[in-house]
Design a protein around this ligand. Structure first.
Ligand code: 5GP
Length: 133
């Protein structure tokens, strides 16, 4: 059975795509805690990040590095923070969150409500920087 994130990576379920390659896929979190909050996932379906095989795990972190650089270039922030939760969706993923202060990485605060055109614009801005920084 496919996870929701597998369906997103295959295009079966729509997402605000940031970037993708043969191994990994990046898209905006639908309930962002900051503008530019992005999820990076392996296409391979494994629940827990640290159960990934070495090759997929290293590919995913390198893909996350490129994505974080693109976020930093597209979204004003001091740094891009990283979080691994996996409490909701059983498909390994890394949260990349633009940070200006510690408070920006609080998953309990109310989520941002962005319009589809705002999501589109952010995904496009990050996607345009992807692989160029
Ligand atoms: P976690 O599993 O890391 O605890 O949380 C899953 C994250 O995935 C949450 O931040 C949630 O907003 C996000 N998420 C869950 N379902 C979807 C979805 O269908 N599309 C997108 N873009 N994000 C999702």
């Amino acid at each position: 059975m496919s996870t929701i994130f597998s369906k997103i990576a295959s295009g079966e379920i729509p997402s605000y795509k940031v970037a993708g390659d043969e191994c990994c896929y990046a898209f905006l979190d639908i309930n962002p805690i900051a503008k530019g909050h992005t999820l990076v996932i392996p296409r391979k379906e494994v629940d827990y990040l640290f159960d990934l095989d070495e090759k997929t795990l290293s590919n995913l972190w390198l893909f996350a590095q490129k994505t974080a650089k693109a976020i930093q270039a597209a979204v004003p922030c001091v740094r891009v923070g990283v979080a691994v939760l996996g409490l909701e969706v059983p498909h390994a993923h890394i949260h990349l969150i633009p940070l200006n202060s510690e408070a920006d990485v609080d998953f309990k605060k109310p989520k941002l409500e962005l319009t589809p055109s705002e999501f589109d614009a952010i995904a496009k801005a990050i996607g345009e920087k992807w692989g160029k920084v």
